[in-house]
Design a protein around this ligand. Structure first.
Ligand code: OSB
Ligand code: MG
Length: 376
């Protein structure tokens, strides 16, 4: 729960904007390859302020059923109409107005981020201060996609470690796992390394996954089905490597079930996956109570979503380096006047200005905008 009281503000207008930013290198997971980040941005206008939100959804429903198109439709038809032109409310009050909408978590989270940015600007509070952050700098890891060869993976790891990243996450899939872990451990015996399977395995692969135990991995993320908790519990009982859940936890209800079932021992928190930053804080609180370490995941966000991720990662339960990497890990040019730059100690700063606390490079934003629409 957040402790600060936020101002009640009106939402007079809203816009949906799509930006297309090429990635510096293709990003391949067990479910597909991305070469650009096509991000939906939500802009809310009211009380003379503009709040910005970024939607986590990708183009294809490979990670979640939500897509760029589905989130635009949910925002334009249901979520934004629920708050547009209504009497002023604080962000929690505004988001209660779309709580009747089932699912569409990433769409809801994008609208909520914009409202929190607007409220933070009005109150002169940073998003981190609103959420209950306690850190000024965030230790960062990096998520490395499936590469064309093992050698290419090792080279990529070398490069990121030289930049200062503190933890390496490697995407894996059946057949690109044991050899990968062995090769990485041979070259980097003590580097904090983890794998992310994005649901590429079934419980029938338990023996193969158990063989990963010898490589002293920090964790394996989401090995089994995107909507499963029972098989993850059965798997965790058979392997020493901690299981970290991502796709399977979309709500506090899911997290409570995962804790009860012991479906894993660690949670990757993404505000988009759980319908917003406020729900993410409640899940963080429940994880602390359950003694589950958490870390902040990413969805290849532009600087706007990245600012929100860093604010979230400043909460006390985020004790592991997450996927909050610097702007240049993703983009040649981010949407910000000041990109997020990794310090030598492998940390990024938590923005301290009001709201998201970042200045958008509006000329560049205009150049990369491929769609702009007024809602309502
Ligand atoms: O599973 O965590 C994931 C990117 C897109 C979709 C799903 C995932 C990811 C990442 C990248 O791992 C994390 C990042 O650097 O933003
Ligand atoms: Mg993941």
């Amino acid at each position: 729960m957040i402790q600060v009281q936020l101002p009640e503000l009106p939402v007079e207008r809203a816009r949906l904007r799509v930006v297309a930013l090429p990635l510096v290198s293709p990003f391949t997971t067990s479910f597909g390859t991305q070469t650009e980040r096509r991000a939906l941005l939500v802009e809310v206008f009211g009380a003379g302020l503009r709040g910005w939100g970024e939607c986590a959804a990708g183009l294809d429903p490979g990670y979640s059923y939500e897509t760029l198109a589905s989130t635009m439709e949910a925002l334009r038809r249901h979520i934004l109409p629920a708050i547009l032109g209504r009497e002023a409310a604080d962000p929690a009050g505004q988001s209660a107005r779309w709580a009747w909408v089932r699912g569409h978590n990433m769409a809801k989270a994008a609208a909520e981020m914009a409202l929190l940015d607007q409220a933070g600007q009005a109150a002169g509070l940073s998003l981190a201060a609103i959420l209950g952050g306690v850190k000024q700098r965030i230790p960062c890891g990096v998520s490395i996609g499936i590469q064309p060869s093992l050698e290419a993976t090792l080279t990529a790891i070398d490069g990121y470690l030289a930049q200062g990243y503190l933890r390496i996450k490697l995407k894996c899939k059946p057949g690109y796992d044991l050899q990968l872990a062995a090769a990485v451990r041979e070259r980097f015996p003590t580097t904090p390394v983890m794998l992310d399977a994005n649901s590429a395995y079934t419980l029938a692969d338990a023996e193969r996954l158990r063989q990963l135990d010898e490589f002293n991995l920090m964790m394996i993320e989401q090995p089994l089905a995107h909507d499963d908790l029972l098989d993850h519990a059965a798997l965790q009982a058979q392997i020493r490597t901690p299981v970290c859940l991502d796709e399977s936890v979309e709500s506090l209800t899911d997290l409570r079930a995962a804790v009860r079932l012991q479906s894993g021992r660690i949670l990757n928190i993404k505000a988009g996956r759980v319908a917003g930053l406020l729900p993410a804080v409640r899940i963080h609180d429940a994880c602390r109570e359950a003694d589950w370490p958490v870390w902040c995941g990413g969805m290849l966000e532009t600087g706007i979503g990245r600012a929100a991720n860093l604010a979230l990662a400043s909460l006390p339960g985020f004790t592991l380096p997450g996927d909050t990497s610097a702007s240049d890990r993703y983009f040649r040019r981010d949407l910000l006047e000041e990109p997020f730059t990794l310090a030598e100690d492998g940390t990024l700063p938590v923005p301290s200005g009001p709201g998201l606390g970042v200045a958008i490079d509006s000329a560049w934003l205009d150049q990369v905008t491929v769609h702009l629409e007024e809602v309502g």
